[in-house]
Ligand binder design. Structure first.
Ligand code: ADP
Ligand code: MG
Length: 575
């Protein structure tokens, strides 16, 4: 093929791919435009995960009608004139690409009215083709409406996840921007329901309450002010009790811009070292301010990443600020260890009185299949396939791994992964036969949820119920938990919120039902770092021996390491 210049429409569609990855990227660009326009109130509405509709309305400075066609052109911006301006840039946008990109891949409309105009102007651009400007009556500000996103880019559309997942991404964008700008009133409406609002009071505590819910926000503490050189760290971070099962509720801001930075997130997580259990992640907002010439914001098309002149200095300042804050707020005594005893009957918390004790059977032994025979399983085959042989427990290493001896060598078992596997198989077995065993709470447990958790609890109410969870709306952001799966013997709140977080982030498993099962098993299982008595370990191993697939936990991580007699002998030079 001879070389030709691509036509403008094709160039735009290709370029759109960089800026507009998914509905959440559209929301981010539009909200940033609203902030750049000096808006005091921003309302975002999405339908069907943003696929059907995204609408962003602001009360900012507006755009004169005659400039609307320029606003949707590539490399047209009011925020930057020369490359040198970039270093001192105070606005979110500067590339002049967002509206061009979005309007190339959607049925797009922008309506805008500057304060000095008596009415607004409206311009529709359908998949890159502009219409003409029409007058429209509207309040001062701008309304951008995006319909049928990616309808002309089937590859991109196919790549989108379930509505709930896309909505969760959008929620995260709004949460980040609301925390970055407590002075702006932010509202997010998902499928006609308001799921996030902040009052725009200018106080971070109010924005935190809007984003996380009042109850969680009460456990998010302001960072001890830290000043190392010209790097200033501020914000607020959650105490370990409000940690989550994923990293979605932690936000990092650099000079007011929300960014993704693995280094800074790692610095924050390290500051929680030994304070959080494995698999739990901090929440909150950590804001770094430094002179604009010490950070390059122009390294990523969506401005999601930045480059620091000296990243280590920034990371150290962040670590120091978070660590100092945590130490100020934590009791000096370590929390009492939770005891676990699989030999006992279910440990029933005081408020978790069982309504009908006859409905709480002793754990039913799993049906044994012919391959359960221990010799058979151990004969030659590596434990990667099939069942475990009968094992003799020798002891515990690092309060995390159980050492045992089998007919062919030594076994090292991850106690958390193993217990998770046991609980998962119990749940799946019950699900497939007589239904998941439930424990009714005598008194419902009322919990306050985050908007994402609340949405997950409603959307997947059927899946949750099948797995034994009975969770009902209880007004506002609250739910009432009336029954729990019997495998959940303690920490109901922590387990349920973790399950909902997993559901909301489209986490584990291939179906929501599977996600609930895996997540319930994972978060109810004993943890690493917990000391177990010999009888407890024996019981755990006995139950693991009964498992159909004892060698991996619900996430596919291995539960067992096997060193065969032959390997041991070879290792010690006996062969
Ligand atoms: P950028 O934000 O990088 O300048 P965009 O394509 O996002 O590029 O927007 C192009 C221009 O349109 C902006 O520079 C701004 O002048 C104008 N604009 C976009 N959205 C708004 C808005 N909500 N209110 C006022 N002006 C806007
Ligand atoms: Mg922009």
């Amino acid at each position: 093929m001879p070389i030709v210049r691509l036509d403008e429409a094709t160039v735009r569609r290709i370029a759109a791919g960089e800026v507009v990855e998914r509905p959440a990227s559209v929301v981010k660009e539009l909200v940033e435009n609203a902030l750049d326009a000096g808006a005091r109130t921003i309302r975002v509405e999405v339908v069907a995960g943003g696929r059907e509709l995204i609408r962003v309305q602001d009360d900012g400075c507006g755009i004169p009608a005659e400039e609307l066609p320029l606003a949707v052109e590539r490399h047209a911006t009011s925020k930057l004139r020369r490359f040198e301006d970039l270093a001192r840039l105070a606005s979110y946008g500067f590339r002049g690409e967002a509206l061009a990109a979005i309007s190339a891949v959607s049925d797009f409309e922008i309506a805008s009215r500057p304060s000095e105009a008596s009415h607004g102007g409206r311009l529709r651009v359908r998949f890159g083709k502009s219409g003409r400007i029409e007058p429209v009556g509207m309040p001062v500000g701008t309304i951008v409406t995006v319909r049928d996103l990616f309808a002309n880019v089937p590859a991109r559309r196919r790549f989108l996840r379930q509505d709930a997942t896309e909505t969760a991404y959008i929620h995260r964008v709004l949460a980040a921007l609301a925390l970055a700008r407590p002075d702006v009133r932010v509202e997010l409406v998902v499928d006609r329901r308001t799921v996030l609002t902040t009052p725009g009071s200018g106080r971070l505590v109010d924005a935190l309450a809007g984003v996380y819910g009042a109850e969680t926000a009460a456990k998010i503490v302001p960072l001890e002010p830290t000043n190392s050189g010209d790097v200033v760290v501020h914000g607020a971070i959650g105490l370990p009790v409000v940690a989550r099962a994923n990293r979605q509720a932690l936000f990092v801001l650099v000079n007011g811009r929300w960014i993704e930075s693995r280094t800074l997130v790692a610095a924050i997580e390290q500051a929680y070292h030994t304070l959080l259990m494995v698999g739990r992640y901090p929440i909150g907002v950590v804001a770094v301010s430094l002179p604009p010439d010490r950070v390059d914001v122009n390294v990523h098309p969506t401005k999601r990443e930045v480059r620091f002149a000296d990243e280590r200095v920034v990371a150290a300042a962040v670590h120091e600020a978070v660590r100092r804050t945590l130490l100020c707020h934590l009791p000096t005594q370590p929390p009492p260890a939770v005891t676990f005893n699989p030999l006992e009957q279910p440990v029933v918390q005081r408020r978790l009185l069982v309504a009908d004790p006859s409905r709480v059977p002793v754990p039913a032994p799993l049906p044994s299949s012919p391959t359960a025979n221990s010799r058979e399983a151990s004969a030659g085959a590596s434990p990667a396939e099939g069942r475990l042989p009968v094992l003799r427990v020798l002891g515990q290493v690092r309060q995390s791994y159980i050492i045992a001896e089998g007919p062919d060598g030594m076994y090292l078992i991850d106690q958390h992964a193993a217990h998770e596997r046991i609980l998962l198989e119990q749940l799946l077995e019950q699900l497939a036969t007589r239904g998941v065993e439930q424990q009714r709470l005598l008194e419902p447990l009322v919990l306050e949820l985050s908007p994402q958790q609340l949405e997950a609890s409603e959307r997947y109410a059927g899946d949750l119920r099948q797995l034994g969870w009975e969770v009902e709306p209880f007004g506002g952001a609250s739910v009432a938990v009336r029954a729990v799966p019997r495998v959940v013997q303690r920490n109901i709140e922590r387990v349920l919120t973790a399950v909902l977080d997993d559901l909301a982030s489209g986490g584990r498993g291939t179906t929501p039902l599977e996600c609930v099962a895996i997540s319930t098993a994972c978060h109810s299982a004993i943890r690493a770092g917990q000391e177990l008595s010999l009888p407890e370990m024996r019981e755990l191993i006995r139950q693991l021996e009964q498992c159909r697939a004892p060698n991996a936990c619900g996430h596919g991580r291995p539960t067992v390491v096997h060193l065969s007699t032959e390997e041991l002998e070879r290792h010690f030079g006996r062969r």
